[in-house]
Design a protein around this ligand. Structure first.
Ligand code: BGC
Length: 265
């Protein structure tokens, strides 16, 4: 059995670093042409493109602030024009702006909701319009695939991160609602909820003493790497997952199994 995305086009938002970058690279390795969205790091996005090309794949970098409707529209138009269609959209771009609730500024609340939740909504809307407009394509059983990057914090409350946790809880509900709404078109909407994956977003928590405390929350005994999530994304996007609709795949080493309850409670 082979996982293949040959003949398909994947657009990954927030793909200049971290999980998005690994997802873009893995989709390319599986044979997809890849659009590497970035907002503030064009050089990093170009490195991802160069890496894909040197491995024999095809990729383009495309700028967009996913919280800006006009940017999102232009990004989809650019990718559709370049590659003729879009089969897979991974709404991944996200950020943290952490603060205790009493100190959190309204700007930091809004920014995180805008990018993480509204950004995914805008990309989902554009993706669904694009899938419907282009129609069925030979390389994929589904009309289109949308993957919403969530977090274990769609279910685990997270003190000091209320904007982030609220955005991910919103993504969980949005993902299922969209899946229910567009499944009849043949569009598969699913989510991935990563746990502690070592990237720039949590660099401080995943090194040294902090990493030891973090490991107590992970039954499987290791901090994840971006490739753990990327492999799940490739599978979800592929025809091997053709009957998977409206599901959230937790890629978290068991973090959501509440390991503090081992021998407790
Ligand atoms: C956050 C990380 C955190 C992880 C586990 C992710 O969604 O972005 O900062 O380490 O959840 O708590």
């Amino acid at each position: 059995m082979e996982i293949s995305l040959k003949g398909q086009v994947a657009l990954v938002t927030g793909a200049s670093s971290g999980i998005g970058r690994a997802v873009a690279e893995a989709m390319a390795a599986a044979g997809a042409k890849v659009a590497v969205n970035y907002h503030s790091q064009p050089e990093e996005a170009e490195k991802v493109v160069a890496g894909v090309e040197s491995a024999g794949g095809e990729a383009i970098a495309v700028e967009a602030d996913v919280s800006e409707p006009r940017d999102v529209e232009a990004m989809f138009a650019t990718v559709a024009q370049k590659y003729g269609a879009i089969d897979v959209v991974v709404a991944n771009a996200g950020m943290q702006k952490d603060a205790a609730v009493a100190e959190m500024t309204l700007d930091d609340w809004r920014k995180v909701i805008d990018v993480n939740l509204t950004g995914q909504f805008l990309c989902a809307q554009a993706a669904i319009r694009q899938f419907r407009a282009q129609g069925q394509r030979p390389a994929s059983k589904a009309l289109g695939k949308l993957i919403c990057m969530s977090s274990v914090h769609e279910v685990i409350p997270w003190a000091g991160h209320v904007n982030y946790a609220a955005s991910k809880g919103g993504i969980a509900s949005m993902m299922k609602t969209l899946a229910q709404e567009v499944a009849e078109d043949g569009i598969r909407v699913n989510g991935i909820a990563p746990g502690a994956i070592r990237t720039a977003i949590n660099a401080e928590e995943t090194e040294g003493e902090a990493a030891k405390a973090l490991l107590k929350l992970i039954p499987y005994g290791r901090i994840g790497v971006a490739e753990d999530v990327a492999n799940a994304a490739v599978w979800l996007a592929s025809d091997l997952a053709d009957y998977v609709v409206g599901a959230t795949l937790f890629v978290d080493g068991g973090m959501t199994l509440y390991p503090e309850f081992r021998g407790n409670g």
